[in-house]
Design a protein. Structure first.
Length: 359
């Protein structure tokens, strides 16, 4: 395996999956290699692939794959963010690893255990269905050991107030899968999901200003991809409509880690997602998330202890990944890994082209 494309449905672009055995482990050298790879992709018409998954067989007996996510930033070929993770890219990495022979072929019922090096997440990718073109998964994000809900609140409080443009905005800062800023959509003047899902530049600017204000208030670096931000609007029966920002524009659906984080937040008493869901009819079980690209369901499992509830795992089902083939990168980019034979490479650059980012 050298470099392959796989596209998880609902992601803003495909993921470039790279064999970590053929790349440097030291961060500066790795980023130098990724900079060169981005230049190659850009020259080949795939410069808007901004997700990189670096995988290798895990030396840990409890895992099948070690996974490292690197977010390419649009500023330049040398701009990256190594913080956080990407659930869609985890699934893409599993798909490409199986297709290339790094792990056994995927069959219904198989479970691939992924060790996320970025943040220590443990993710089990359970195969639902397979086909020649791709695979459907259920993704389980495990807490091993279980985590007190209070530890998932980045400020230790379910709601934090932030001052934005002489206005005080309530937000919930929750970290599970990735760190997220959850904002009540009605506080932004949004009353319906149609308004929330409209390609509104003014609303996008509001998101950006709130995120910047949160980062400044908390002393976080705002220049990268994290924390992410999403606005939440209650729907009938306890469902939640949600709109999120990706890099560098609106997310076409919702990041898998965003679904994981939002599903977790619904179970933390006092948070904005918890209040909105329970006040509109949600009761424990699956929570339905309505996104611009369709609906998905999230289930969080917790255990009760003498010191309060603890999160055990969060699951999202029905996540489809399409395999798109060899990335066609020069073999020199992978000094320790042989390039695949021509019979496995795409027949044209069109087959390797990524989906355009939303505008």
């Amino acid at each position: 395996m050298s470099g392959y494309f796989a596209n998880a449905h609902g992601a803003p672009c495909p993921t470039l999956v790279l064999d970590g055995q053929g790349l440097p482990e030291e961060t500066d050298e790795l980023l130098d290699s990724l900079t060169a790879i981005r230049a190659d992709l850009s020259a080949d018409g795939a410069g808007d692939v901004l997700k990189n998954a670096i995988v290798r067989p895990s030396a840990h007996p409890l895992f099948d794959l070690d996974y490292r996510f690197v977010q390419s930033l649009p500023q330049s070929h040398a701009s990256f963010d190594l913080r956080g993770s990407c659930g869609h890219s985890i699934l893409a990495a599993v798909e490409a690893a199986a297709r290339s022979g790094m792990i056994p072929p995927l069959v219904p019922g198989a479970r691939v255990r992924v060790n996320v090096l970025n943040n220590g997440d443990n993710v089990v990718c359970e195969v639902e269905e397979t086909s020649d073109g791709g695979t459907s998964f259920t993704a389980h994000f495990l807490c091993t050991p279980t985590k007190p809900y209070a530890e998932l609140l980045m400020t230790g409080e379910p709601v934090t107030e932030v001052r934005v443009d002489r206005m005080v905005v309530p937000v919930s800062l929750v970290s599970m899968g990735n760190p997220y800023v959850f904002v009540p959509a009605r506080h932004l003047g949004v009353e319906t999901k149609e308004q929330l899902f409209a390609a509104d530049g003014k609303l996008f600017d509001q998101f950006a200003r709130i995120r910047l204000a949160v980062c400044e208030q908390q002393g976080w670096d705002p220049s990268g991809a994290f924390p992410k931000i999403a606005a939440v609007l209650p729907q009938e029966g306890g469902a939640l409509a949600v709109r999120a920002v990706s890099v560098p524009s609106w997310h076409p659906t919702l990041a898998l880690t965003g679904a994981i984080c939002l599903g977790t937040a619904v179970g933390i008493e006092g948070t904005i997602p918890w209040s909105l869901a329970w006040n509109s009819g949600y009761r424990e079980g699956l929570v339905t998330l309505v996104t611009p690209g369709g609906e998905l369901q999230v289930s969080a499992s917790s255990v009760r202890t003498d010191t309060g509830p603890r999160l055990a795992w969060v699951s999202v089902a029905g996540k489809r990944v399409d395999y798109q083939g060899w990335a066609g990168l020069p073999a020199a980019r992978f000094p320790y890994a042989a390039a695949p034979s021509l019979s496995t490479s795409p027949s044209s650059s069109q087959e390797r082209a990524c989906l355009p980012l939303p505008v």
